[in-house]
Ligand binder design. Structure first.
Ligand code: MG
Length: 338
């Protein structure tokens, strides 16, 4: 094997079940460029096109499995170009005894490859996720007031809004109006993408606490390097704080857990590397988590739903939060293109 795969350290290969018979798989991949219906505005700026790769494995009996590589470089994953380079260096035939070893710097590729083998092994039909179990991202500002109603009618009960982009007073004004419109059963998640300072975070947490149980959590109010303040704020306020940017990799997730974080964990599993390693960690430490989207296609979404079900089945008696996978309406159905 050549290139990135050959440069990987030994012992870092994916954990595939061993079989007595060496199976051979045809490996194919296809890049995609998927334009948002309207750009996603976050603290990082404007995002217009989602670039990723669809992976396909076909076994000797002609059965196929699919996986997705959906990088998010501003979250610390590889870039689309690095993922494309890696896939171009993979051989056209893979065996389950020669699954490529991956560098930790290619977490989205690792997730995609492990998923594609998993999807082939399980031979399962697509799983439908009820909207009630899935939070949905609203556009910012006035547009949110016009958007929530059809989503509510489709069964969504948890809505998510990005904050920390405009002036606090303006954002609180449209969120107050949104809360005034939302039925009592609705919950709101706020996401600042690490874009607040401590004073602004306190203003937002005061606002959240004033709105009581209607705010499910405030996501990443401060940058990842401000962990001690995040800990203090999580202790001080009733509204839970969720970490997202702070835990972009499995190593960071473990580090924050062992430093004592007992708030919510947002898990962008598609850029966290091996889903099996994530499962092992969760089986040992059942943290309060939300499996969350990085704007994958239906292929990556299926892998995330299966992962969420596996995690939930490990601890069926504890309540599980709605998944953060309500992003499909941000794309046109015909949005896939090469
Ligand atoms: Mg977030």
């Amino acid at each position: 094997m050549s290139g990135a795969a050959a440069a990987a350290p030994p012992g870092n290969s994916l954990d595939c079940p061993s079989t007595d018979v060496l199976m051979s798989y045809q490996f194919e991949f296809r890049p995609y460029h998927r334009r948002f219906q309207q750009p996603v505005h976050t603290h990082y700026g404007e995002w217009q096109v989602r670039d990723g790769l669809i992976l396909k494995l076909t076994d000797e009996d002609g059965r196929s499995g699919f996986g997705e590589v959906a990088p998010l470089p501003w979250f610390g994953s590889e870039t689309f170009e690095q993922a494309l380079d890696f896939c171009e260096q993979l051989p056209g035939q893979l065996s389950d005894h020669a699954v490529p070893s991956l560098l930790p710097t290619l977490p989205a590729c690792q997730f995609g490859l492990e998923s594609v083998f998993g999807s082939l092994e399980r031979k399962l039909r697509p799983i439908h996720l009820p909207n009630a179990q899935c939070s949905v991202l609203l556009p910012r500002g006035e547009a949110a007031l016009e958007c929530w109603q059809p989503l509510w009618q489709q069964g969504h009960r948890v809505f998510k809004c990005k904050i920390g982009v405009g002036p606090i007073a303006t954002e609180m004004d449209w969120l107050d109006r949104l809360l005034g419109q939302l039925p009592l059963g609705a919950k709101l998640r706020l996401d600042a993408n690490g874009g607040l300072n401590e004073l602004a975070a306190r203003q937002w947490l005061d606002w959240c606490d004033r709105n009581g149980q209607r705010i499910e959590f405030l996501e990443q109010p401060l940058p990842p390097n401000d962990f001690d303040t995040l800990m203090r704020l999580n202790y001080r306020y009733h509204t839970p704080i969720a970490l997202d940017e702070s835990i972009a990799s499995l190593e960071q997730l473990k580090a924050h857990f062992h430093r004592g974080w007992d708030g919510v964990y947002i898990i962008k599993a598609a850029i966290m590397g091996s889903p099996q390693r994530l499962q092992h960690f969760y089986h040992k430490y059942p943290i309060d988590l939300v499996i969350s989207s990085v704007f994958e296609t239906a292929v990556g979404r299926q892998a995330l739903i299966r992962l969420a079900i596996d995690l939930a089945m490990a601890y069926p008696d504890i309540p599980h939060r709605a998944l953060g996978l309500g992003t499909q309406q941000w794309f046109t159905n015909a949005g896939l293109s090469q």
